[in-house]
Design a protein around this ligand. Structure first.
Ligand code: ME8
Length: 512
């Protein structure tokens, strides 16, 4: 049986159009999913939208529409975004789907059967924005008389009958999980925060609402709808076929990796494993909390009006440049800044100059001076061997980096080798050899083309279209583009298509 890899993004709230933070997460998870597929894994990659919850209710009320109408309007935009970003997800899940209602009720029943759910009365300070209750001691009282949560969001007193999940009973088991599996939470700084939080003591969690009707009905008590996070987290199980297709669940669960933002690490590393332990289901292997993207240093928010629109960016620059910039420029796990200048410089330096020019220069020489067929790559000199040694070391470097979600390291290592190939090309100067030693010229071009083939195969996860265009120019068949095919060069004498530039240089768009 082949190895499998199950990966997800968070499911986004469709209470507005998707923003660049949503695009960032999806692109990163997509690069990892593509990497694993190319590396021979049977991958299940899910993404989607989280259509329930108070946030949806409040936004809909403000706009004078129902939450269902709000979801109907925005969820298609999230699907569209995935399409324009060229992501390779296997499943786009929305939480109103019948399969998901069924899965949420099934996990609820399992937790109830384990004795971990009880009915009580909840009164507390609730922040709509944070979707969480706070204790008095966590709040600050402003001069305006408004109590605020640590995030600065105002809170309101809410009281209602509520089902509770016995989270307090899971402290020891959660700490044992973090201890036995230090890799469960990444990056390590987030792990320390989670451990400290759990050590501080856990309170039982209110997991149903009677003040809302927008949500998944609690089984056998339809006056209550589930707290949005119970249903939202369950999407990962729904997506692998829980509860109807347990054979598929057995194949694709536990998830190998949940890719999420740093603001929702607690939900994924405390609530989620506790729910799963209670329901007798295996916990995910790893949760990685990436950083936030800021717009030139400022946190994006609708009220500031600086939310970057991924659709605008893709139509101005193309999907691959955006994917490349986000994955290369920001160390994955840290916060990052978006700026147009940074974007254009990075894309031009790497894609247009480094790899684009090398491809254009070497392939046009092959077209002109080698009869348009792939030259032989030998006999080799020390310089050829040194370059190829550098290139063939890349897969292991990339694998190790991807397994730690160090996307920037993986992608960066390929571009360091591309720079090396440029130095090799400049040093060997095939345009000089053309007159003095045409045979050696052909070998230099052959070695360069072979290095380009490795680069293009290894770059597919990040810039799939650009990599595919380059592989076309190198006459690499579709079925010979996996990592297992890296060791097999294109045979000398294979006709190559006419070369053409693969990455246009970006210009700063004129201010409108
Ligand atoms: O939290 N930069 O949905 P969401 C990077 N429905 N990532 C960002 C970001 C930014 N500026 N802003 C948001 C939710 N994100 C829940 C998730 S999962 C079972 C339920 C990330 O639409 C954020 O951290 O607010 C999260 O991982 C994802 O986008 C969706 O955020």
């Amino acid at each position: 049986m082949s190895r499998r890899f199950t990966i997800s993004t968070a499911i986004s709230y469709p209470n507005g159009a998707p923003h660049i933070g949503h695009a960032y997460e999806l692109i990163a998870a997509d690069a990892i999913a593509r990497f694993k597929r190319l590396d021979g894994y049977d991958v299940h990659f899910s993404t989607g939208t989280d259509e329930h919850g108070q946030k949806m209710v409040e936004t809909a009320a403000k706009e004078g529409i129902t939450p269902a109408e709000l979801a109907d309007r925005n969820t298609p935009l999230f699907r569209k975004m995935a399409e324009v970003l060229n992501t390779s997800h296997d499943d786009f899940i929305t939480t109103r789907e019948p399969r998901h209602i069924e899965a949420s009720q099934a996990i609820w029943r399992a937790m109830a059967a384990a004795g971990d759910i009880y009915l009580g009365q909840y009164g507390g300070w609730y922040s709509v924005r944070d979707e969480a209750f706070f204790t008095e001691s966590e709040l600050t009282l402003g001069e305006d008389g408004v109590r605020r949560a640590p995030s600065g969001a105002p809170v309101q007193w809410m009281e209602e009958p509520s089902y509770f999940f016995r989270l307090s009973a899971f402290e020891e088991r959660l700490l044992a999980l973090y201890e036995a599996h230090p890799e469960f939470v990444g990056p390590p700084t987030r792990r320390n925060e989670v451990v400290a939080f759990v050590k501080g003591g856990l309170r039982d969690l209110s997991i149903s609402r009677t003040t809302l009707t927008w949500g998944v009905p609690v089984p056998d008590d339809p006056e209550h709808v589930m707290y949005v996070w119970v249903d939202a987290l369950t999407n990962y199980l729904t997506s692998v076929g829980y509860p109807d297709d347990m054979e598929r669940v057995g194949r694709f669960w536990p998830a190998d990796l949940h890719v999420i933002g740093k603001d929702i690490v607690r939900f994924h590393t405390i609530y989620w494993p506790a729910f799963l332990m209670s329901a007798g289901i295996a916990v995910p292997r790893r949760v990685f909390g990436h950083g936030f993207l800021f717009n030139a240093g400022e946190k994006m928010s609708k009220s500031v009006g600086n939310v970057l629109d991924p659709f605008d960016l893709v139509s101005a620059f193309g999907a691959d440049p955006l994917r490349h910039y986000m994955l290369r420029e920001v160390p994955f796990g840290q916060d990052g800044n978006y700026s147009v200048e940074g974007f254009i410089n990075r894309v031009n330096a790497d894609l247009a100059n480094d790899i684009g020019n090398l491809a254009q220069r070497s392939l046009s020489m092959i077209a002109k001076h080698c009869g348009g067929v792939m030259p032989a790559t030998g006999p080799r000199t020390e310089a050829d061997d040194a370059l190829m040694a550098r290139v063939t070391a890349l897969p292991d470097i990339c694998r190790a980096a991807i397994d730690e979600q160090a996307l920037h390291t993986a992608l960066g290592s390929v571009f360091e080798a591309v720079s090396e190939a440029n130095r090799y090309f400049a040093g060997e100067a095939p345009w000089v050899l053309r007159k003095s030693d045409p045979e050696r010229m052909a070998v230099v071009l052959g070695v360069t083309a072979e290095a380009l083939r490795w680069f293009a195969i290894l770059l597919q996860p990040y810039v799939p279209q650009t990599a595919s265009d380059l592989l076309d120019l190198l006459a690499v068949p579709q079925e010979a583009r996996a990592f297992a095919d890296l060791a097999t060069p294109v045979a000398a004498g294979t006709p190559l298509p006419a070369p053409r530039p693969i990455v246009p240089k970006l210009e700063e768009p004129a201010a409108s």
